[in-house]
Write a protein that binds this ligand. Structure first.
Ligand code: EPZ
Length: 420
C-alpha cells in the first residue's frame, strides 16, 4: 500500500490548478443513464471515485471511455442491467444515486443499500421517501432496494425535512423524466446542485431554481446528448488554500470559482493569511507571523463546508489561542483529531464540538488517514510540521484529490508517494 511521506517546515510557493469537482463529476456521470445519446464530460478529475462510478455504469451496459486530457465519454444507448450490486455500491456511496435514473428510464431497478461509512451512519431514507413520492414502489430485501414504477414516475410536491445534498440530487435525477411538475422544498443549494441542473438543462430538462431552496422540475419525455464541463472543485481549492495558510508561503490557485468558497475566505483572513481574489484565481499569502485562532461551524451551503472542517482544524492547531470547531453535518467526523494529536496538536472533542488549543509547532509522526478529507488535514499538518510525517492508507486520499503530491511538489513541498 502507498504512503505519503512529507519533510515538513517548508513554506509553499507556486501555482496550483484546480481540477473538476469530484462531488459533481460522479453525479454528472449518473446522468448518462437518462438518455440513449452520448454524454461527454470535460474537466473530469481522474480519481478512484470516478473510476468506481465508471465501473458501475459499465456493469449496467454503459460504454465508458476516458478520452485524452480530462474528457470522459459515456454512452448508455443499450442498458443491459438495472441491478447495482453490493460489491460496487459499497466501494462508493454515491453509486446509490443510479437508482433514480434507472427508475426514471427503465421503470425498475435493484440497487444495494450503501451502508454506513467512517464519518457517520449516513442513511438514505430521504432518497427513498422522495422516490416514493414520485410514485415508485419500494421494497427493501436482503440489503437491496427493489424499486419499480409501472407507467413511469409522476411529478410531486416534496419537502425535505432537512437539507441533504444527495437526496436533492437523486430526486432531480429521477424527476427530470417524470410526468408533470416536481417541486422540491428545502432543497440543498450547493454549487454541485447547480452544476447538475445546468448539465440536465443543456440536455433538454426544464429545471428552474437550482441553487435556491425551492426548485421546480417540469418533466420531459427524453433528454439529448451533450458535452458538458465539470465545475471546478471548491473543496480541493479550499484544501490547498488552507494548506498554504497552515504551512505559510504564497500560493496562487487557478481554475477556481472563488465565489463558491464565500464562507472560507473571511475565516482564512481572520486567521492571519492574506487572500486576494478575482473571478478565476485566488492568491493566499502568509508570512512568519503566528496564526490567530478562529471559531467555525459547518453548515449546508452557503455555510462552511463539512468537507473542509478537518483541513481547517489543521490550521487552527498552530494558532496562538483556542479555536472552537463545531461539526453540524456528520456525527462522527472528528477522526483526524487523534491523528493530529500524534503530531503534537492539543484537541479535546466534546460530542459535536472540538476545542483546539493552538501549539507553537507540530512535529512529524507516522499517522493514518481515516477518510478522504481527514487525509488532507494530515497533509496540511505534515507540511507545516517539523520533521517527517508518514501518512498511511493513502487510498482514501486518492478517492478525491488528483495528483496531490505533484501539485504540492510543484509548490516546493518536500512530499513523495512511496509504494511498499
Ligand atoms: C455529500 O454527501 C458529499 N458527497 C459529501 O462529501 C459532503 O460531506 C456532504 O454532501 C455534505 O456537504 C458527495 O457529494 C458524493 P447529505 P451526502 O445527504 O449527499 C443525513 C466527501 O468527502 N441524511 O447532504 O451523502 C446524513 O447522514 C463527501 O467528498 C439522512 O439522515 O450528504 C448527514 O448527516 C463526504 N438521510 C446529513 O443528512 C438521508 O437520506 C447530510 O448529508 C440523507 C442524508
Amino acid at each position: 500500500m502507498d504512503k505519503i511521506v512529507i519533510e515538513g517546515g517548508v513554506p509553499l510557493s507556486g501555482e496550483i490548478s484546480i481540477s473538476g469537482a469530484k462531488n459533481s463529476a460522479i453525479k454528472l456521470m449518473a446522468v448518462c443513464l437518462l438518455t440513449d445519446q452520448p454524454l461527454e464530460l470535460t474537466n473530469m478529475p481522474r480519481l478512484r471515485d470516478t473510476r468506481f462510478m465508471g465501473q458501475l455504469l459499465a456493469s449496467l451496459g454503459t460504454q465508458v471511455e476516458e478520452g485524452p486530457g480530462s474528457r470522459m465519454l459515456l454512452h448508455a444507448n443499450d442498458l443491459t442491467s438495472t441491478t447495482a450490486p453490493y460489491d460496487l455500491v459499497r466501494k462508493m456511496r454515491a453509486t446509490f444515486n443510479v437508482l433514480g435514473p434507472l427508475l426514471a428510464r427503465c421503470h425498475k431497478a435493484k440497487v444495494s443499500l450503501p451502508g454506513g461509512c467512517a464519518i457517520g451512519a449516513r442513511p438514505v431514507n430521504l432518497h427513498l421517501d422522495a422516490l416514493q413520492a414520485l410514485g415508485a414502489d419500494i421494497e427493501l430485501s436482503e440489503g437491496y432496494v427493489i424499486a419499480s414504477a409501472k407507467g413511469g414516475l409522476k411529478g410531486a410536491d416534496i419537502t425535505f425535512p432537512f437539507i441533504s445534498v444527495g437526496a436533492t440530487e437523486h430526486t432531480m435525477l429521477a424527476a427530470v423524466l417524470a410526468k408533470g411538475e416536481t417541486v422540491l422544498n428545502n432543497a440543498a443549494r450547493e454549487p454541485e446542485i447547480i452544476d447538475l441542473a445546468n448539465c440536465l438543462n443543456a440536455m433538454g430538462a426544464k429545471i428552474t431554481g437550482a441553487g435556491r431552496s425551492e426548485m421546480r422540475i417540469e418533466g420531459v419525455k427524453s433528454l439529448k446528448g451533450v458535452t458538458y464541463s465539470v465545475v471546478p472543485d471548491r473543496i480541493e481549492a479550499g484544501t490547498y488554500a488552507l494548506a498554504a495558510a497552515t504551512a505559510g508561503g504564497k500560493v496562487r490557485l487557478v481554475n477556481v470559482r472563488s465565489d463558491h468558497l464565500g464562507s472560507l475566505w473571511p475565516l482564512i483572513a481572520q486567521a492571519g493569511a492574506k487572500v486576494t481574489m478575482d473571478e478565476n484565481s485566488v492568491l493566499i499569502e502568509r508570512g512568519s507571523t503566528r496564526l490567530k485562532p478562529v471559531d467555525m461551524e459547518t453548515q449546508a451551503y452557503p455555510g462552511f463546508p463539512t468537507d473542509l472542517q478537518a483541513q481547517f482544524m489543521a490550521m487552527c492547531c498552530l494558532a496562538d489561542g483556542v479555536s472552537i470547531i463545531r461539526e453540524n453535518i456528520f456525527e462522527n467526523r472528528f477522526m483526524h483529531c487523534p491523528e493530529l494529536a500524534r503530531m503534537g496538536a492539543d484537541i479535546t472533542v466534546h460530542g459535536r464540538e472540538a476545542v483546539v488549543r493552538g501549539v507553537e509547532k507540530l512535529t512529524g509522526a507516522p499517522v493514518m488517514a481515516t477518510d478522504l478529507r481527514a487525509s488532507a488535514s494530515l497533509i496540511a499538518a505534515g507540511l507545516a510540521a517539523q520533521g517527517t510525517t508518514e501518512i498511511a492508507r493513502v487510498y482514501h486520499l486518492d478517492r478525491g484529490f488528483e495528483h496531490i503530491e505533484v501539485k504540492l511538489g510543484n509548490c516546493g513541498a518536500r512530499i513523495k508517494r512511496v509504494s511498499e
